[in-house]
Design a protein around this ligand. Structure first.
Ligand code: OXD
Ligand code: MN
Length: 579
C-alpha cells in the first residue's frame, strides 16, 4: 500500500532506505490484521496463548531489562536547551540525530516494518491529532490497535490534514546500552530505539500524547495532561466530569472505573479516560476534555473483584498481558489476585517466593476501552466533556490531607506545581522515594516546567469559567504504616465533596493551604474508621507545611528566572499565611 500524502510517502521511503526491512506492512486497523499479528507472534514465541477461560488473551514476556519507562534515557532535543528545562534530559538535535541514525542504520534487516497511522482522539474531533509510527515490532502494532484509533480512518484524516507526528521505533537488540527515546518537538518527531516497553515503544502514548502534545498545546493554547477523566452521576441524574492527575501507578485507572460503595446506591461512575486528557477551552470559555487514547495500558498487580471489579472483568478476554505470572493451568496470575496460585513467574521460571514477586510489579494489561463495563460513549464524542474540577494528587504517607481545595486558579497552579509523590515501579529506579512531580507531569512535560506553569496561569486571562482545583491524598498512613483512608470505591465520598464545592452547596474550613472539608461533610456511612482517623486526615500541621512550602520554594528556584512571578507570589502568600 501507499498513500496520497506525499510527505508521508517520502518519509516512509526514507526510513525504509535507512533501516532496510525485508517487508513493509501498512496497518489498516482491521480485526483480521490484528489476528494475523497475534498469530505471527504466537508462531515466533513472542506471545503465549492463555487458558481458554481467558478468551483471546495472550501473555508477552519482555526482556527482563525492559520492563518500565527509562527516564534517564529519555531526551527532549529542542534547539535551545533552556526550552527543554531542568525537568528534562536534553541533547542537541544534531547530536541526537547522528546517534539515532547510527542505531537505525540497517536495524530492520530480516524484519517487517509496520507503518501505523493513528489518531489520538475521536477521528472527527477538532481536538484530535494524528501520528504515524513506524516500527519493527508486531507487539507494538497489536498494542497500537488496542490503544489508539489506528489504520485506514486515521490515514484518511492524515491525508486530509496533511499534518502528523512522525514516530520511528525499533526494538533494536533490546540492549539497555543502546536504548534512547528522543523527542524533537520543533519537528513533531519521535525516535525510540532499543526498548519494547509500552511507555517507550507505543509512541502514541507518552511520547506523542504527552511530550510532543504538551509542546504543541502550548503553542496552540490548550493543555495535554497526565489525567484520567471520569463521569459521576448522582441518583438525581446530575452529571459531573472530573479530570485528575496522579503520578504513574497511583490509581488513576482505579479512580476512573470506581465502583460506588454499598451505601451509595444510585450513584453511577463512567470512564472517559484513565491516563491522558487533552483540555481545550471552547467558545464559551468552558474547559472541555477528550481522552486521546482508545484503550488502557494498566498496571495489573493489585487488580481484583474488591479493588477494581470493572478492570477485573474487562481483562477476562481480548487482552494482552505483559510480564504477569501464570498458574499451572496457564491462567494469568498476579499479586493480590484472589484465585489460583503462580506456577511460572514473569520471567518464565518456576515460581519461587524467594525470587521476588511472581508478576512484575509493573506488569500490564492492554485492552480496548470498549471492554470496560463502565466505558462512557462520551469518550467517542468529538466535542469532549465539560470539566467541573481538576484534581491533583500524589502518594504521600504524611502531611497532605485527604482533600483540599485551591483558593483560586493561580493558587491551584501552585498546588499542582507542588505535587510530590513516592516513586513507583512504572519507571526504572528506586521505589518509594518522595520526589516532586508537578501536575504528575515530571516524566512527560515536553518543555521547561517554568514555561508550562506560565501557560497554565495564562488560562485565567482567557476564561472566567475555569474549573475548581483540588488536591487529594488517598495514601496517608499512621505511625504503624496502616492506611487511614480505605481508598478505591470509597473515594467517591471525597469526589462528592468536590462536586458539592463546585456547586457551592457546602461550606469549608479556610486554612493557609486551601479550603478543607468540615469532618461532618464527608459522608462516612458504612465505613469502619477509627476515632481519630478523620481528624488526622483533615489536619494541617503548620510547622510541617512550612517545611513543605520551603522545599517547594527551593524546587521552584531550580527553574531560575523563567519561573512566572505570579507563581512565586502565590508561593509567598501561602508561606506568609502559615506564619
Ligand atoms: C503509564 C505511566 O504507563 O504513567 O501510564 O507510566
Ligand atoms: Mn500514565
Amino acid at each position: 500500500m501507499t498513500t496520497s500524502n506525499e510527505s508521508l510517502q517520502a518519509w516512509v521511503d526514507e526510513i525504509a532506505a535507512l533501516t532496510k526491512p525485508d517487508r513493509i506492512h501498512w496497518c489498516d486497523g482491521s480485526d483480521d490484521e490484528y489476528q494475523d499479528l497475534i498469530d505471527h507472534m504466537l508462531d515466533i514465541g513472542d506471545l503465549i496463548r492463555l487458558n481458554e477461560n481467558f478468551e483471546n488473551c495472550y501473555l508477552h514476556r519482555s526482556d527482563p531489562s525492559d520492563v518500565a519507562r527509562v527516564e534517564h534515557l529519555t531526551f527532549v532535543c529542542s534547539r535551545d536547551e533552556d526550552d527543554a528545562g531542568p525537568n528534562n534530559h536534553w541533547m542537541a538535535p544534531d547530536e541526537a540525530r547522528a546517534k539515532m541514525n547510527g542505531l537505525f542504520t540497517g536495524c530492520m534487516k530480516g524484519r517487517t516494518m509496520y507503518v501505523i497511522p493513528y489518531c489520538m482522539g475521536p477521528i472527527d474531533s477538532p481536538y484530535s491529532r494524528c501520528g504515524v509510527e513506524i516500527t519493527d515490532s508486531a507487539y507494538v502494532a497489536a498494542n497500537m490497535k488496542l490503544m489508539t484509533r489506528m489504520g485506514d480512518a486515521a490515514l484518511a484524516r492524515i491525508e486530509k490534514d496533511d499534518k502528523f507526528v512522525r514516530g520511528l521505533h525499533s526494538i533494536g537488540e533490546l540492549d539497555p546500552d543502546r536504548r534512547f527515546i528522543m523527542h524533537f518537538p520543533e519537528e513533531l518527531e519521535i525516535q525510540s530505539f532499543g526498548s519494547g516497553y509500552g511507555g517507550n515503544a507505543l509512541l502514541g502514548k507518552k511520547c506523542h500524547a504527552l511530550r510532543i502534545a504538551s509542546w504543541q498545546a502550548r503553542q496552540e493554547g490548550w493543555l495535554a495532561e497526565h489525567m484520567l477523566i471520569v463521569e459521576i452521576e448522582s441518583p438525581e441524574g446530575e452529571k459531573h466530569y472530573l479530570a485528575a492527575a496522579f503520578p504513574s501507578a497511583c490509581g488513576k485507572t482505579n479512580l476512573a472505573m470506581l465502583i460506588p460503595p454499598e451505601s451509595h446506591a444510585g450513584w453511577k461512575v463512567r470512564t472517559i479516560g484513565d491516563d491522558i486528557a487533552w483540555l481545550h477551552l471552547d467558545a464559551n470559555g468552558q474547559l472541555r476534555a477528550i481522552n486521546p487514547e482508545a484503550g488502557y495500558f494498566g498496571v495489573v498487580p493489585g487488580t481484583n473483584e474488591q479493588t477494581n471489579r470493572n478492570a477485573n472483568q474487562m481483562i477476562q478476554s481480548d487482552t494482552i498481558f505483559t510480564n504477569v505470572a501464570v498458574t499451572a493451568t496457564n491462567e494469568p496470575w498476579w499479586e493480590d489476585k484472589t484465585t489460583g496460585t503462580p506456577a511460572i513467574d514473569w520471567k518464565g521460571n518456576p515460581y519461587a517466593a524467594e525470587n521476588g514477586p511472581a508478576a512484575h510489579p509493573n506488569s500490564r494489561f492492554t485492552v480496548s476501552a470498549q471492554q470496560n463495563p463502565t466505558w462512557s460513549p462520551l469518550a467517542d464524542d468529538p466535542a469532549g466533556v465539560p470539566i467541573s474540577a481538576i484534581i491533583f494528587g500524589g502518594r504521600r504517607r504524611e502531611l497532605a490531607p485527604l482533600v483540599y481545595q485551591a483558593k483560586d486558579w493561580a493558587h491551584g497552579v501552585l498546588v499542582g506545581a507542588g505535587v510530590a509523590s513516592e516513586t513507583t515501579a512504572a519507571a526504572t529506579g528506586k521505589v518509594g522515594i518522595v520526589r516532586r512531580d508537578p501536575m504528575a507531569m515530571k516524566p512527560f512535560c515536553g518543555y521547561n516546567f517554568a514555561d508550562y506553569w506560565g501557560h497554565w496561569l495564562g488560562f485565567s486571562n482567557r476564561s472566567e469559567k475555569l474549573p475548581q482545583m483540588f488536591h487529594v491524598n488517598w495514601f496517608r498512613r499512621d505511625q504503624s504504616g496502616r492506611f487511614l483512608w480505605p481508598g478505591f470505591g470509597d473515594n467517591l465520598r471525597v469526589l462528592r465533596w468536590i462536586i458539592d464545592r463546585c456547586e457551592n452547596r457546602v461550606d469549608a474550613v479556610e486554612t493557609p493551604i486551601g479550603y478543607l472539608p468540615r469532618a461532618e461533610d464527608i459522608d462516612v456511612e458504612g465505613l469502619q474508621m477509627e476515632a481519630n482517623d478523620m481528624a488526622t486526615l483533615l489536619s494541617v500541621d503548620a510547622a510541617k507545611w512550612r517545611e513543605e512550602m520551603n522545599s517547594i520554594g527551593e524546587y521552584l528556584e531550580e527553574f531560575g528566572e523563567r519561573v512566572p512571578q505570579k507563581l512565586l507570589q502565590e508561593h509567598r502568600k501561602v508561606l506568609d499565611s502559615l506564619g
